[in-house]
Design a binder for this molecule. Structure first.
Ligand code: AMP
Ligand code: MG
Length: 353
């Protein structure tokens, strides 16, 4: 057990003294969790293999799952990657700083320990003042996977980090709730045709508007985890999963979906189970039994994405055993929401016709 320092920090104008302390800890090879616009990250000096080893230990993360390096100015990219293809330059101009991670050929200074043995490295320039100031204070690229225990829903508040990692890391900077609430979009630009490896708030449609047609890793669209190994190693693990058994209920007719969920809930309650429902503002009042949490307005996928992990954690907190969830269309940010939901559900989907 180590003593974890918890410091509240202003999300827009982070206090210098706290940032300096975080920078010192990182320089000395320690671990600091901090907010980004996507989720909370668990930071370590990304060029120090020993420091990064501590990330894997604290999270219980499999060592073949590479880390994303976070930078706070564009120029830092050229110090860690061999080349920046023209399409990547365009994406940088359009979306950095922001929730977009890109995969490049790595330079020798990037240790294989953080790339899972690959010759490529994932890089992101986050759009959050706390994240940017911490990276600058450390003076090195910061490896920062989500600051949760591996397999659990990613943390969108400091309390989630504290719950998972108290006593295992040096410091947590509490900058309030994260805005996006889903992990960054990942696109591999190291090959001729860019490939989307993980959907996020920077959507396929937004990317294609800037660089034209891209490919999607088939694993993202797959309806099962089998026979389809994702190109981003981290995407193959059970993820985002609360303790509850999550089941998605999908269909064109929302009223029919609600009716089926109500029947399923009734039956589970009869069996004495604690049941939760993941609904939306438009549908939540239709459910009488079970614990109902709304992701937000169906017309506002940003709001739904921001609430997803918080609600999955809340079901755990409430001791819920089964969660029935509505689904959304897999376009725009809906692709990212459905990707996380399907993984949380282990691809258990009931089709309502
Ligand atoms: P996290 O930081 O926890 O959001 O996870 C990082 C994600 O990026 C994981 O799914 C990794 O597998 C993926 N990733 C990182 N580096 C690479 C790489 N060089 N090639 C492919 N995927 C990567
Ligand atoms: Mg993660």
């Amino acid at each position: 057990m180590i003593k974890t320092i918890l410091a509240t920090v202003d999300a827009q104008m982070p206090q210098k003294q706290i940032i300096e302390q975080a920078g010192q800890i990182l320089k000395q090879g320690g671990l600091v969790a901090f907010p980004t616009e996507t989720v909370y990250g668990l930071g370590a000096n990304g060029l120090d293999a020993d420091a990064c080893k501590k990330i894997y230990q604290a999270k219980g993360r499999p060592s073949d799952n590479p880390l994303i390096l976070h930078i706070a100015k564009k120029q830092s990219l050229y110090e860690i990657v061999k080349q920046v293809p023209q399409k990547a330059e365009k994406l940088i101009d359009a979306f950095w700083p922001g929730p977009l991670t890109m995969i490049f050929q790595k330079k020798d200074c990037v240790p294989y320990e953080i790339t899972g043995g690959f010759d490529t490295v994932a890089v992101r320039f986050p759009a959050h003042a706390v994240a940017q100031n911490v990276i600058e204070a450390a003076g090195v690229p910061i490896a920062a996977p989500s600051a949760n225990v591996s397999g659990k829903p990613s943390p969108t508040r400091a309390s989630h980090v504290l719950f998972d990692l108290n006593g295992k890391i040096d410091m947590i900077l509490d900058g309030g709730s994260t805005q996006v609430g889903l992990e960054s979009t990942i696109i591999d630009v190291s090959e001729q045709i860019p490939v989307l490896l993980r959907p996020g708030a920077v959507t396929k449609e937004m990317i294609e508007e800037v660089i034209g047609k891209i490919e999607i890793d088939p694993a993202i669209l797959s309806q099962s985890d089998e026979n389809c190994l994702p190109k981003a190693p981290g995407m193959k693990y059970t993820h985002y999963a609360p303790k509850a058994n999550v089941i998605l209920v999908q269909g064109q007719d929302l009223a029919a979906v609600q009716k089926r969920i109500k029947e399923l809930v009734k039956e589970d309650l009869r069996l004495g189970k604690e049941v939760g429902i993941l609904a939306t503002d438009q549908t939540k009042s239709a459910y009488g039994d079970g614990i109902v949490l709304s992701l937000g307005n169906r017309e506002n996928p940003q709001e739904m994405g921001a609430n997803l992990f918080k609600h999955l954690r809340k079901f755990d907190f409430l001791g819920i055993e089964v969660v029935y969830s509505e689904t959304v269309a897999e376009t725009g940010e809906g692709m990212a929401i459905m990707n996380r939901l399907k993984k949380a559900a282990g691809y258990q989907i009931i089709q309502v016709v």
